[in-house]
Write a protein that binds this ligand. Structure first.
Ligand SMILES: *[C@@H]1O[C@H](CO)[C@@H](O)[C@H](O)[C@H]1NC(C)=O
Ligand SMILES: *[C@@H]1O[C@H](CO)[C@@H](O)[C@H](O)[C@H]1NC(C)=O
Ligand SMILES: *[C@@H]1O[C@H](CO)[C@@H](O)[C@H](O)[C@H]1NC(C)=O
Ligand SMILES: *[C@@H]1O[C@H](CO)[C@@H](O)[C@H](O)[C@H]1NC(C)=O
Ligand SMILES: *[C@@H]1O[C@H](CO)[C@@H](O)[C@H](O)[C@H]1NC(C)=O
Length: 434
């Protein structure tokens, strides 16, 4: 029976898609049909946005919740007629305090059309004021299926977001009065829809302290006046013209962020340059913490570089750090992995199977040791150029630093003094080599 339905559904779908342009089709299809396609089994009584958040308590109590007369009303705090004992009404369930601390709208790991998923999740959230009032971290990641996706997802993407969803999105964000962290992972080509809608309603979000934002969504910075830390998402930037460098636009959008103390910036395809560091200093002299999420301009743009590094190891790093030393209050710096720092280590073989066969493990240990040596060199240079720092990382490794009046006097890494043991523990010899 189910199979028949599916077959009929598919025939119906494909004939329709011939008649109508893809994009308009999606808006035309009634909810019931798309809901059936998304979930041909019985619809859960628990709102899907709550299931999506994967709180362990929900996963554990799913069956009990499903058996409540109205799980949505219970979870969203609209329930509990006062004359009945609450425990009886709710099958003995009690909501954990952190139940709604994390919420998301994210169709990337699910086979759902992006705009439709956003609309449906937003509708559910709007009906759940309890969740909106309690959420601390909210992630929005809308993947709009395109020609690289399966046709049954692609044909259900309208050419633009549903109007209702843009309004709902503003409503929902405004109702999140305790929101601390907003993760806005919208692709560059769709950023403007939200920008227009949010600007139109003069959206202001006083609560978020942390912003993670996608390319061309820098307008959000002005809408979050109390933001303290901003990070942008690593993006493939060659799509954008020079005038639209999303990293630069982000930097220039921060003037109003008076409480901003940390920036983690991926500088796109152009990479980090002394000019960019100066630009960051001009707009955010108050920073106490800075992260360079990727490597330097010349490593991307100088074609001679990748074949034959023309500079002495550390020259590019010193150049950038010299600019960074002008931040008056900077105490912490995060640098990318050592192979991104132009320190004479190129990252080793790209293919994992370079380490196959006899001697493979030994070779892999050599490459790892080389990366640690480059990391140490990076640490030496940081300590020399920025002796006032109280902490830094290279490629996620945080060394212990010793300070005296003159600044950083010693830097030790977790492998310092026990490199060989450490390498052998991480990459033991393969059996066939013994
Ligand atoms: C937004 O702000 C502008 C300028 O302050 C004002 O003219 C406009 O009416 C406001 N719009 C809304 C929807 O409040
Ligand atoms: C910044 O932080 C201070 C103190 O925490 C606070 O009073 C102020 O309202 C915040 N926002 C702005 C925009 O300065
Ligand atoms: C650096 O910190 C000092 C002391 O907290 C403060 O007075 C000064 O305004 C800060 N500088 C910048 C550029 O924010
Ligand atoms: C740095 O610290 C390590 C580990 O504590 C120690 O062995 C080494 O002698 C120190 N080096 C200097 C220059 O103080
Ligand atoms: C830093 O020092 C502490 C205390 O001695 C030690 O437990 C830790 O492993 C050290 N970390 C590194 C990265 O060396």
């Amino acid at each position: 029976m189910m199979k028949m339905w599916l077959v009929c559904g598919l025939v119906f779908l494909s004939s329709l898609s011939c008649v109508l342009a893809w994009s308009d089709w999606a808006e035309w299809v009634p909810d019931a049909v798309t809901e059936f396609i998304d979930n041909p089994m019985r619809r859960s009584r628990i709102p899907r946005f709550i299931l999506d958040a994967k709180h362990p308590w929900i996963l554990e109590n799913k069956r009990k919740l499903e058996s409540l007369p109205d799980a949505e009303a219970f979870l969203c705090g609209l329930d509990a007629p006062s004359d009945e004992p609450v425990v009886h009404v709710n099958n003995g369930l009690e909501l954990p305090r952190d139940l709604f601390h994390y919420l998301e709208i994210d169709n990337r790991r699910l086979s759902r059309p992006g705009w439709r998923n956003a609309l449906e999740r937003l509708r559910e959230m709007k009906r759940c004021p309890q969740a909106l009032a309690r959420v601390k971290t909210f992630k929005v990641n809308i993947y709009v299926h395109d020609r690289y996706s399966d046709w049954f997802l692609r044909v259900r993407e309208p050419s633009r977001p549903y109007k209702e969803s843009l309004k709902l999105c503003g409503d929902v964000l405004e109702a999140m009065t305790g929101l601390e962290s907003l993760k806005w992972e919208i692709d560059a080509e769709h950023a403007h829809w939200f920008e227009e809608a949010f600007k139109h309603r003069n959206l202001t979000l006083p609560s978020p302290k942390h912003l993670l934002i996608g390319p061309l969504s820098h307008y959000l910075v002005g809408m979050c006046p109390n933001v303290e830390a901003i990070e942008n998402i690593d993006v493939v930037c060659w799509k954008h013209s020079q005038h639209q460098n999303p990293g630069l636009l982000l930097v220039r959008s921060t003037s109003s962020a008076k409480n901003l103390t940390r920036l983690a910036l991926h500088a796109c395809f152009e990479g980090w340059s002394p000019e960019l560091a100066r630009e960051v200093l001009e707009y955010m002299p108050q920073l106490t913490s800075l992260e360079l999420k990727n490597c330097f301009e010349s490593m991307y743009l100088d074609p001679a570089y990748s074949v034959n590094p023309p500079r002495p190891a550390g020259k590019l790093l010193r150049g950038i750090l010299a600019e960074i030393s002008n931040f008056p209050n900077l105490t912490h710096l995060d640098l990318p992995a050592s192979y991104e720092l132009d320190l004479g280590f190129d990252g080793g073989p790209i293919c994992g199977n370079a380490y196959d066969g006899p001697g493979g493990a030994r070779y892999q240990r050599e490459v790892l040791a080389e990366s640690y040596r480059a990391t140490e060199l990076g640490g030496v240079i940081v300590a020399e150029v920025l002796p006032h720092l109280t902490g830094f990382t290279v490629g996620g490794h945080q060394p212990n630093i010793t300070r005296d009046e003159g600044g950083i006097s010693n830097v030790t890494w977790f492998w310092t003094g026990k490199l060989d043991e450490w390498l052998l523990a991480r990459i033991p010899d393969y059996h066939d080599e013994l």
